[in-house]
Write a protein that binds this ligand. Sequence first.
Ligand SMILES: Nc1nc2c(c(=O)[nH]1)N[C@H]1C(S)=C(S)[C@@H](COP(=O)(O)OP(=O)(O)OC[C@H]3O[C@@H](n4cnc5c(=O)[nH]c(N)nc54)[C@H](O)[C@@H]3O)O[C@H]1N2
Ligand SMILES: Nc1nc2c(c(=O)[nH]1)N[C@H]1C(S)=C(S)[C@@H](COP(=O)(O)OP(=O)(O)OC[C@H]3O[C@@H](n4cnc5c(=O)[nH]c(N)nc54)[C@H](O)[C@@H]3O)O[C@H]1N2
Ligand code: SF4
Ligand SMILES: [Mo]
Length: 645
Amino acid sequence: MPETRKTVCNRDCPDACGIVATVEDGKVTRIAGDPAHPITRGFLCYRTQHFLGRQYSLDRLSSPLLRIDGELRPVSWERALDFAAERLLAIRRESGPAAIFHYRSGGSLGLLKSLTDLFFERFGPVTVKRGDICSGAGDAAQATDFGDEDSNDLHDLLNARHILVWGKNVTVSNPHVLPVLLEARARGAQLVLIDPVSHKTRSHCDVFFQPRPAGDFALAMAVARVLFERGWIDREAERYCDHVPDFRRMCEARSVEAWCEEADVPPACAEDLARRLGPEKPTAILVGWGMGRRANGAAIVRALDALAALSGNIGIPGGGVSFYYKRRGAFDTSFVRGLSAAPRSVCEPLFGREVLAARDPPIRAVWITAGNPVAMLPDSNTTREALATRELVVVVDAFLTDTAREAHLVLPTTTLLEADDLLGAYGHHYLGSARPVVAPPADVRSDLEIMQALASRVGLGDAIDGDAASWKRRLLGSRMEPAGVTLETLDRGPVKNPLAPRILFADRRFPTPSGRVNLITEPPARPSAEPGDVSYPLVLMSLSTERSQSSQWAKEPRGPAVVTVHPDAASGIADGGEGRLESRIGSMTVRVKHDAEQRRDVAIVPKGGHLRDGRCPNVLIRAATTDLGEGGALYDERVRLVPMA
Ligand SMILES: Nc1nc2c(c(=O)[nH]1)N[C@H]1C(S)=C(S)[C@@H](COP(=O)(O)OP(=O)(O)OC[C@H]3O[C@@H](n4cnc5c(=O)[nH]c(N)nc54)[C@H](O)[C@@H]3O)O[C@H]1N2
Ligand SMILES: Nc1nc2c(c(=O)[nH]1)N[C@H]1C(S)=C(S)[C@@H](COP(=O)(O)OP(=O)(O)OC[C@H]3O[C@@H](n4cnc5c(=O)[nH]c(N)nc54)[C@H](O)[C@@H]3O)O[C@H]1N2
Ligand code: SF4
Ligand SMILES: [Mo]
């Protein structure tokens, strides 16, 4: 008899969907979105809709693999864990725990993954990562400006008159916000897209502005100048914002025309946006995560924060400048101290370079949980070299990724349909409990089980003992249980975090040192993707595709990666023809797709291609950090497209 079971998607995605799985004879035969989940509304994205192909893929790892005589070979868990324990103990004894680097990424956003961090903190503390390849710049920008980052309730968008979708492809990367945007539009709101790339979300928007990549800071300054000139600044702004005169001086240093020229948009664009933010408010700004992945990324987000604050759109229904929803806010993870306890850290976007350069002690071992840094961090070849030259690399994953291929030991782990965990979301305020809808294959273990088995071998005693349910209760204990949300409540279905604000900063008090918004006062020191580089005329935009979750493809693509360019930027290569994409550090073969809707200075490729298939854009991208927050300046690399020799 088919049975339906519910869980929550744990992928690195803002939506944290409710999933309904149909299980027959111990096998999942169908997955669908939970119609009862207020955000999921009964549909899943393409990549998870097709997840059963991965769940039951023949490529899925089914036993531990140990490198013996240069080859990864299946071994028992006994042998695998004994090997790991013996090597970790020896390295700690000889060089101290800082010689071990634990790298964890977002393969699962389950809160229980922090128990892997706890293991390494107790075993060490060891070297950990700092910065954030994904959202480092934007997180730091919002924390600097507001002292905290969160958002108005997602459904508060229905109160907006205008919604500025600023550098965000919701259709692909945040699909469950789309029904809310469309409902807002049906009620009369206008949707405005501001993005250098013409993408699917455009068809849902009333207006589209297409600035130069990284031109948004200049565009925001033009908008700010119009706000001041027209008297559209909120009358109270000086009361709740610091540095208004300095900010004003900065935006008035150039004319609206000059700023717009830098942004490569007509001056009417600045007028248009200022009118929406000022006299026609409330206006909500949805800040995309992609825009911040560049050298001036934090300055851009700070400039958008300033527009929202000065125009009086903060703290009101239908307003806000939303970058993030506090997904961990409901949970108590204070048992792990994280970066503050670590003897040393490695900057995530500079992974390869810093691992290679580390001294006193050198990094001898790298343990990788839920990440594929070889494919996903910039400068793939250096990342790979850094791993290939370590004494011990352990990767815990369900697949033999580009990273796992560099390992000495690969430990097979559970998928999102087998996960037992707690989830918050970074795109709304609902919480969920993930429960296994099927048991994992016989020789596959959860991260928690793996770390517990290792703990007993390395003499950590009962430091991370306890089953998933008891850890879930502990995470919910101090904040959620007093608010009436227990594990039993969450096991029945999603619950909106009772601590989450409906309107963020409604009292216009901010947890900054002064209690006011800290407006940006200086333009970015470093240029992003400077225009006019004749040898490398295109800015490489390696962006989310609906076909994959980072390097996890619904179906493995074949052949060269597709690069989308304006026909005038195709270097004479016909639509469908092959060419080479070259940067200052690498090159890759690509299939060229013409698209006359794109700017002539961008080359768009899907993110997440595998290195071993020659589809990985990160071979082209130099490792560099953003202006704040040690994010990855991933979208600043310039490339050229050349015909095949
Ligand atoms: N299908 C799918 N969904 C995903 C993912 C995936 O791999 N595939 N990844 C997930 C992850 S890890 C994350 S962090 C989130 C967010 O994932 P992201 O891919 O960051 O999603 P977006 O926020 O849509 O950001 C991309 C948008 O930013 C725009 N952009 C880039 N530079 C600029 C600029 O200078 N100015 C402006 N105005 N816009 C710019 C790009 O053109 C693009 O449209 O999505 C998640 N969702
Ligand atoms: N060029 C370029 N590079 C980018 C980006 C870009 O836009 N352009 N985007 C960046 C962004 S936003 C991000 S967030 C990063 C993402 O970088 P990563 O987090 O490294 O992304 P994934 O490829 O999804 O790797 C996650 C891995 O975790 C595994 N996994 C899944 N569930 C579990 C689990 O429960 N336990 C364990 N142990 N493993 C699990 C998956 O099989 C997968 O191999 O990439 C960044 N890199
Ligand atoms: S990846 Fe995102 S959109 Fe897709 S099912 Fe998971 S949470 Fe929903
Ligand atoms: Mo991300």
